[in-house]
Design a protein around this ligand. Structure first.
Ligand SMILES: Cc1cc2nc3c(=O)[nH]c(=O)nc-3n(C[C@H](O)[C@H](O)[C@H](O)COP(=O)(O)OP(=O)(O)OC[C@H]3O[C@@H](n4cnc5c(N)ncnc54)[C@H](O)[C@@H]3O)c2cc1C
Length: 428
């Protein structure tokens, strides 16, 4: 069987696609020796290879059929979910409760576990921070709980006693994950988006101001900045920053007024309310839109189940210091590498760190355009690596080699190669 992709990635030969419905069935498959297995949750890792394995000959283990929410505790703020539970389903389940789930800007049909194992980025924080425990099936078929698990202690905590094993299994191919414990955030009383614009020449100064506001806790580390290409979706021709304030109504009101005052002494201009998308605001508020509007209408133009067929897309996701100088350099590198200016979104991760989402689109099936897009991506990788601005996620055609210790742990856990080497463990 061949799995193709609209020319974005090399075609892979796949031995089989298996779709278990329970964790017991996963154990049976692992014990059956039908490897090397490539587990995926919903397989919507768009721009990085979706559900493709790195090497030919793997059996894809599609876990979308394991779709139970095994436990939900609104008091202590956690849910135990299986790989097929989508972010939309979990957010819907906690609608109108005192809790919200940290949504990403991707489709509501993407997996909570798939994204957390990729260490994806939610609007409130990195998904890795939502993850407190995993159920893993090892290469010998043994099932283990790592990290925090209900019944072990009263409070879900990322680090228990002793070595923390949870992240041995994120960006890893050491096991199949059949369930995860994820944290739920307290529902804020109010969520308000404040849009600001600034001109291209003010990029460095504006970023330094946003950094200072973040460092001094005037704003949370959740701001998104869109370059003028990406900002067009909001009818803005300059750079657009979406600052999100949330909490009690009084705090949001007070911070808004302090911020608007501070902005008057900066290159940031308060933009009309129309530039602060209501769909985006609701995403921060944890309210899923069943129509998937942000994803479908604002970004891709096609529904989740058509993306692989209708969208030619490569993603480059470098992590960059949160400073005007570094972000200005990033903008220059993107300009130097890309024949036409791509839409770029900058996500603040903390007061020292931002990631950049650089999407390189091309007409699906257009082989010449796809080849050009791949060359552009190679240039971006090389040019950014020279500055130390490395991507936090890799695609299937550009895996990274395991370090010696990672390879040793992989060998100890999976000596027979039951699991296919992944994007973060080439050569294991
Ligand atoms: C317009 C657009 C916007 C996007 N916005 C965001 C965003 O805001 N934030 C973000 O993080 N991403 C974003 N993405 C990227 C992507 O869609 C998401 O990261 C998505 O959540 C990943 O796909 P998935 O959830 O189906 O995971 P999968 O594709 O199922 O899994 C990802 C990888 O994790 C591993 N894995 C998955 N499940 C298992 C398992 N059970 N056991 C062992 N290993 C496993 C595999 O290596 C797999 O390839 C966006 C994409 C687009 C096109």
């Amino acid at each position: 069987m061949l799995i193709d992709h609209p020319a974005a990635f090399r075609t892979r030969a796949i031995a089989d696609v298996l779709r278990p419905a329970t964790a017991d069935e996963v154990v049976a498959i692992v014990r059956s020796g039908r490897g090397p297995l490539h587990p995926i949750s919903t397989g919507h890792n768009w721009g990085l290879g979706s559900g493709l394995p790195v090497a030919d000959g793997a059996t894809v283990l599609h876990l979308g059929g394991l779709d139970q929410v095994r436990a939900l505790d609104l008091d202590r703020g956690y849910a135990v979910v299986e790989p097929g539970v989508t972010q939309g389903a979990l957010a819907e389940l906690v609608r109108d409760t005192p809790r919200i789930f940290n949504l990403t800007g991707s489709s509501l049909h993407t997996s909570v576990i798939g994204n957390a194992l990729e260490r994806g980025v939610g609007v409130h924080r990195a998904r890795a921070e939502d993850l407190v425990g995993l159920e893993v099936v090892l290469a010998d078929g043994e099932r283990h709980h790592v990290g925090w698990w209900p019944g072990t202690s009263a409070v879900p905590r990322t680090h228990g006693l002793g070595p923390t094993l949870t992240h041995l299994f994120t960006q890893s191919s050491f096991a199949v994950v059949t369930a995860a414990v994820v944290r739920l955030l307290p529902r804020p009383e109010e969520v308000r988006m404040l849009p600001f614009t600034f001109e291209r020449d003010d990029l460095a100064d504006a970023v330094d101001v946003l950094r200072e506001w973040t460092a001094q806790r005037l704003i949370p580390p959740t701001t998104k900045v869109y370059n003028p290409v990406a900002a067009q979706a909001n009818g803005v021709r300059d750079y657009l920053a979406h600052v999100c304030l949330s909490g009690s109504g009084d705090v949001v009101e007070a911070l808004s007024s302090v911020l608007l005052d501070a902005a008057r002494r900066s290159p940031l201009l308060a933009a009309p309310a129309s530039a602060a998308d209501e769909v985006v605001r609701r995403t921060y508020a944890g309210e899923p839109d069943p129509a998937d509007t942000w994803f479908l209408r604002k970004t891709t133009g096609c529904p989740a189940d058509r993306v692989d067929a209708e969208l030619g897309l490569l993603m480059f996701l470098p992590i960059v210091p949160f400073s005007g100088e570094a972000v200005t350099l990033t903008e220059k590198l993107v300009r130097d590498c890309c024949p036409s200016a791509p839409g770029v979104t900058m996500n603040v991760l903390d007061s020292d760190t931002v990631d950049h989402v650089i999407g390189i689109g091309f007409p699906p099936g257009d082989l010449a355009a796809a080849a050009e897009a791949r060359e552009t991506l190679d240039r971006l990788h090389d040019t950014f690596a020279a500055e130390g601005f490395l991507p936090y996620r890799r695609d299937v055609d550009r895996p990274v080699a395991a370090t010696a210790l990672q390879a040793r742990i992989g060998q100890a856990l999976d000596p027979g190669g039951v699991f296919a080497p992944g994007r973060y463990s080439a050569g294991r």
